[in-house]
Write a protein that binds this ligand. Sequence first.
Ligand SMILES: [Zn+2]
Length: 97
Amino acid sequence: MSLKTLVDTLAARENVYVNCGHPMCCKSTRLDIAALIDRLGPDHGSMHQDLVGLFVCADCKAASRDRRPVFFTFVPDYQGQDEARSRRASRPTFERG
Ligand SMILES: [Zn+2]
C-alpha cells in the first residue's frame, strides 16, 4: 500500500537521495524522479518500501562488497516553501479606513 506516489513527490519538488547502507561506502546519490516516472509510471509509490528493491549500489557491486540495503532521504523543497512564505508576507495586511 502506497500513501505517496512518484508524481506526488515530483509535484512537491522533494529531493530524494538514495544512500548506500554499507559503512565502508555510504554513497549518496540524488534520484531523478522524472526519469523514475518514465521507467515505473507516475502511480508507482515513492515510499521506502516501494523503492528499496529497485536500487543496488554500483560502487559496492564494483568493489565486491556485501550487498546492503539502501535507504532513502526525502528533503522537502525548503527554498520553494520560503519563497511562497515571503510572497504571502509581502501582501498588504491592512486597509486604509
Ligand atoms: Zn555502496
